[in-house]
Ligand binder design. Structure first.
Ligand code: AGP
Length: 607
């Protein structure tokens, strides 16, 4: 998954491109490059490594021009290198291209182009697109691009500039990964993510799949997949640019962990009437008849969003009495699922652009399911293919490790479970909502224990292996805690149902293998205590997360992380917070790159 940014207008091009790439760096950071068009010539500078390498290299250049493109790369075809960095030109150097996605038929196209005399200097599929457009290019970049994309198979979001264009223009096309246009006064912007445009404009247009656009300083023209000129809706972003900045925190991840009380509050605000104990959404509604017809909910998601789906299963089954399946997006469509009209397919995605989740959502919809999305990014693909959307109001999440998106997804799932309950004629109890109202304060209180968690992380940062245990609704939290630790600190961590430990993983336990056990609530507390005793009996080390007084666990835990008590269904939102902070401080202690962990990207827009 890569970051794309483009600009055309009166500003200095390169500073704007670099600023946009800075915001998009979370989308991929193994190389970066910019290109400007100056006096009919293409001038490009590229660098391997993070964006800072490119910035350093540009200090020695005087790149000026009327328009240009910038790219930050997450390698798919071709190893990370300057040679494979974008922008990539055609071999006649008449156009430069930046690209996000995978061209599935690039090999036969490359073979044909080589036979036609086109030369290749990189290992990328992107260069095939550049030469293919070049092979059709006379004086009309948009026409040449239109001819080229007719031959492309796969997923792409790309933008091109050329030396043959009479006036300054950028041509871009989208099929799969996101592309958004920013509209300014006498200037136009292009980016993979609206967060990159926030400092310049809040008026954006999300391209649809199959769209081709031509940007000039005067504005944008868009054609759909059938070549018809179309008008796409202009969306006014409500995000504040400052939200996309670090706000004084060392890392975006720590800032976003601290934003969770507010983000949770913003996600349920306006959707809960605490006087009438009712729930309502602005982008999703079911009549009581429609709600009664739902026989099953199928949750489709990946990674952390899949973990929120596992928690959502408990919430929906307990509150709405509807059976719930939870599937990995990447697995769902390959198991020939049983769907039909009685199925509500729920896609959960922070970015709304995760290819595996989108494919599963489309597969469910093709089989007759009603499609609903829980998503954090307005106008993203998941929101466009769904019949209804429940937005998480977390604001832009820049850190690759998902935190506030996760807890706002759980908030949205709790609201959905209550809504389905309500629409199916079951009463919502006041205490079910009062606990929700208290949640932001309970979570804010945990932030006050940050210093203790940092100290705990200091003592455990040297361990290479961890086992996270949870039961019932806290089993997904064990999975999430383990994912947070492994993806940002590179230490191995495994989440497991506590009851399963004796069926295998207990063989791993010794003093070098700390166990993090989630021991909250009433239903399974004693059982988890037994599991902790089993660990202690084998010289294991136990770190317990609990809502009980520490002395109750003095026999079974070496370390106790105390958390406020909430309702059983909302306790997961509380329990995950110290696990996020623990993972963060271990990663910092281990010198890892917290916001941009190696090999990862914020949204995986390729399958
Ligand atoms: C979580 O910390 C990871 N960044 C990753 O698992 C992420 O949750 C997953 O890729 C799904 O992304 P999405 O929510 O944007 O669909």
């Amino acid at each position: 998954m890569c970051g794309i940014v483009g600009y055309i207008g009166q500003r200095e091009v390169v500073p704007m491109l670099l600023d946009g790439l800075e915001t998009l760096a979370y989308r991929g950071y193994d190389s970066a490059g910019v290109v400007v068009v100056r006096d009919g010539e293409l001038e490009a500078v590229k660098a391997e490594g993070k964006l800072e390498q490119l910035v350093e290299k540009l200090k020695g250049e005087s790149l000026v021009g009327s328009h240009g493109l910038g790219h930050t790369r997450w390698a798919t075809h071709g190893a990370p290198s300057e040679r494979n960095a974008h922008p990539i030109t055609d071999s006649k150097r008449r156009l430069a291209l930046i690209h996000n996605g995978i061209i599935e038929n690039f090999l036969p196209l490359k073979k044909r182009l080589i036979e036609e005399g086109w030369e290749f200097t990189s290992d990328t599929d992107t260069e095939v697109v550049a030469n293919l457009i070049g092979s059709y290019l006379k004086h009309d970049l948009k026409a040449a691009t239109q001819q080229a994309i007719a031959e492309l198979e796969g997923m792409y979001a790309f933008a091109a500039v050329s030396t043959v264009s009479g006036d300054a223009e950028i041509v871009a096309a989208r099929k799969g990964p996101p592309l958004v246009i920013g509209l300014g006064d006498g200037e136009c912007f292009l980016a993979s993510d609206p967060a990159a445009l926030l400092a310049y404009t809040k008026n954006v247009v999300f391209l649809e799949n199959g769209d081709l656009c031509r940007l000039t300083a005067a504005g944008a023209k868009i054609w759909d997949r059938d070549g018809r000129e179309v008008e796409r809706q202009t969306v006014r972003l409500t995000w504040d640019p400052i939200q996309a900045e670090k706000g004084g925190f060392k890392h975006f991840m720590l800032k976003e962990i601290h934003e969770q009380p507010q983000a949770i509050q913003d996600t349920f605000a306006g959707r809960v009437d605490f006087e009438t104990n009712t729930i309502g959404f602005d982008n999703f509604a079911l009549t009581s008849e429609e709600a009664a017809r739902i026989e099953r909910v199928q949750i489709l998601a990946c990674g952390t969003s899949w973990h929120s789906g596992l928690v959502g299963k408990f919430m929906i089954e307990e509150l709405a009495r509807i059976p719930v399946d939870v599937d990995y997006g990447s697995e769902y469509r390959y198991r020939d699922p049983v769907v039909g009209e009685g199925v509500l397919a729920l896609g959960i995605s922070q970015s709304g652009e995760t290819a595996d989740t989108l494919s599963a959502m489309e597969a469910a919809s093709d089989r007759g399911a009603q499609l609903l999305a829980i998503c954090n990014v307005p106008g993203s693909q998941a929101t466009r293919i769904s019949e209804g959307v429940i937005y998480t109001h977390a604001g832009p999440e820049i850190g690759v490790a998902s935190t506030k998106a996760f807890t706002t997804q759980l908030t949205a799932l709790f609201l959905l479970a209550l809504y389905l309950r309500q629409q199916r004629g079951l009463p919502i109890e006041p205490q079910q909502l009062s606990e929700l109202a208290k949640l932001p304060h309970a979570i804010a209180d945990i932030m006050d224990t940050e210093a203790e968690l940092e100290e705990l992380a200091r003592r455990y940062a040297r361990f290479e292996d961890f086992l996270y245990l949870g039961r019932g609704i806290n089993y997904p939290i064990a999975l999430e805690g383990a994912l947070k630790l492994k993806e940002i600190s590179y230490s191995h961590a495994e989440g497991y149902p506590a009851g399963e430990m004796k069926h295998g993983p207990i063989a791993l336990i010794d003093e070098s293998f700390p166990v993090v056990a989630i021991a909250t609530g009433s239903r399974v507390f004693e059982k988890v205590c037994s599991n902790m005793q089993e660990v202690k009996a084998r010289d294991g080390v136990v770190i317990a997360v609990t809502d009980r007084p520490a002395e109750e666990l003095s026999e079974v835990a070496d370390e106790v992380i105390q958390v406020p008590r909430s309702s059983d269904l909302l306790q997961p939102l509380v329990n995950v917070i110290p696990l996020q902070l623990f993972a963060y401080f271990v990663a910092v202690r281990r010198g890892a790159d917290v916001d941009q962990p190696r090999n990862l990207a914020k949204s995986v827009t390729v399958e």
